[in-house]
Design a binder for this molecule. Structure first.
Ligand SMILES: [Zn+2]
Length: 490
């Protein structure tokens, strides 16, 4: 939920504003648009800034004696800037405003024609600011007093700013929905409840279709159904379509999400981190969040979001290590570890996606612990079978500030998932390269479609805590939205 009530845009700082957010550079010069500051004693402020020396990427609150107004100063060090720096400073700003209980704040942005900062940099600051404002209080009987803050954006080119901020708002709405879904515990957010939560999205012009177990059986999605058969909660496959392109016949971009609402590991019961395993639907949450953001921005591209929803449990019907199961693609799979379930449900969802003849297919999944060993919580691992898609993903990553790192696919790794008695096995038994062999497994279900797999096991949860706090980061919503924009016809 947004904790501030209103956002205004203006080319002037309003009269009754409690706090002005002032940007300075690494030499402690004011870079905020000077024309906005004429009615304040900027000499006094500048003197205070110089005497206190604000470190790079730090914020400090000063009071202007003459006008009795607070200046929240932010040091933007353009010499070494990353998206993370901007987001972190945005989060710091939000926390400062809350700590000082300001009820109104005016962002006094630099003039992009006169500084080395641009509107995208400002949006990164606001991305951090908004994400820091996210709270999840649904299960608190006493609601925290979340006083609303009036936010005013003051900027020379207010139209350019407004367009960018409205896009960011759409991304934030998608991100907050993704965070809400990930925060929900598995006793509440079952696969059926997940579907209930997305039903209303048809308000945004999205077309929603839910496949229940009978329909999944008809579709021969036996890999998805096998994973869910140890749970009392039935599985679902949800399909969300955005007809953004003028031509209805344009091939869609397919986004596919892993939605394991709780992953106990199954018969290969997990021994650690069980309390975090409600987050194993983070890929599905990112896809749904991205669909919301895409629809709100009315991006002129056809997009189809497919999420496979299930629960991996240990009931008496649970699938077993050594079981051989079938899949929608017709390939048989020897299950050597029931905790490698994500790739099984994705295999069926990807095969279903290929029916729509997508121009590209991107799956997002909290797939392997091994990706955290390789890339920590900073980068998502990317695997891709086509250079154009890979280029587009890197560009989307730069635009969104959601970092990706490409890892290899290789036929030598592919051999490791050959099974002696089935078409493939769901894990490699030789050890090592756990994230790669998972990707190799998925590649077998991509047919010849340009495909990318994004492993977000490290970036979806407890990543960038200085911005997101503990829990979900909403990683993927912004990245996927920017990726879809890469397909807008020139
Ligand atoms: Zn698992």
């Amino acid at each position: 939920m947004h904790t501030f009530s209103t956002v205004h845009y203006s080319s002037k700082i309003p009269e009754h504003c409690q706090c002005i957010i002032l940007f300075i550079d690494h030499t402690n010069n004011i870079v905020s648009d000077h024309t906005l500051l004429t009615r304040f004693d900027s000499a006094d402020i500048l003197e205070q800034i110089t005497s206190l020396k604000i470190e790079s990427w730090e914020t400090l609150c000063l009071f202007c004696k003459q006008s009795n107004i607070a200046f929240l100063c932010v040091n933007l060090d353009a010499q070494c800037k990353t998206a993370k720096d901007y987001q972190t400073v945005g989060a710091k700003l939000f926390k400062k405003i809350k700590a000082h209980t300001f009820e109104s704040a005016a962002f006094c942005w630099p003039n992009v024609n006169e500084t080395q900062f641009n509107v995208d940099d400002f949006m990164m600051i606001m991305k951090g600011f908004l994400n820091a404002s996210y709270t999840f209080n649904r299960y608190k009987s006493e609601q925290a007093d979340n006083k609303h803050v009036d936010i005013q954006h003051c900027c020379a080119d207010i139209n350019q700013f407004k367009v960018a901020y409205e896009n960011l708002s759409a991304i934030t709405d998608g991100t907050f929905l993704a965070k809400d879904l990930m925060n929900e515990p598995a006793n509440i957010l079952t696969p059926i409840e997940f579907c209930n939560r997305i039903k209303d999205l048809d308000n945004l012009g999205l077309e929603i279709e839910i496949l229940d177990e009978a329909k999944c059986r008809k579709e021969k999605m036996f890999a998805l159904l096998s994973v869910g058969q140890g749970s009392a909660q039935p599985s679902r496959l949800a399909c969300v379509k955005w007809h953004g392109s003028k031509k209805k016949s344009d091939q869609p971009v397919a986004l596919i999400g892993k939605g394991v609402c709780f992953d106990s590991g199954g018969i290969n019961l997990k021994r650690a981190m069980l309390t975090e395993m409600k987050f194993d639907m983070g890929g599905a949450a990112a896809v749904i969040g991205a669909m919301v953001s895409i629809a709100k921005q009315k991006i002129p591209v056809n997009v189809i979001g497919i999420v496979a929803l299930t629960e991996n449990m240990t009931g008496s019907q649970a699938y077993r290590p050594s079981d051989i199961i079938s899949s929608r693609a017709g390939k048989s799979i020897e299950v050597l570890n029931t905790d490698a379930e994500g790739r099984l449900i994705l295999a069926d969802a990807m095969d279903y996606a290929t029916d729509f003849k997508p121009r590209a297919m991107i799956d997002v999944a909290t797939l392997t612990g091994a990706i955290i060993v390789a890339l920590g919580h900073e980068y998502a691992g990317v695997f891709c079978n086509e250079s154009d898609l890979s280029k587009k993903l890197n560009h989307a990553s730069d635009r969104s500030g959601e970092k990706v790192w490409q890892l290899p696919l290789d036929k030598e790794f592919d051999k490791l998932i050959d099974s002696p008695i089935a078409d493939c096995q769901n894990i490699s038994t030789t050890g090592g390269a756990g994230s790669i062999t998972a990707a190799q497994f998925l590649q077998r279900f991509a047919k010849d479609i340009p495909w990318a797999h994004i492993d977000i096991a490290g970036t979806a949860w407890n990543a960038a805590p200085e911005v997101h706090g503990k829990g979900p980061s909403g990683y993927g919503v912004n990245l996927l939205t920017e990726l879809v924009k890469e397909y807008v016809e020139e």
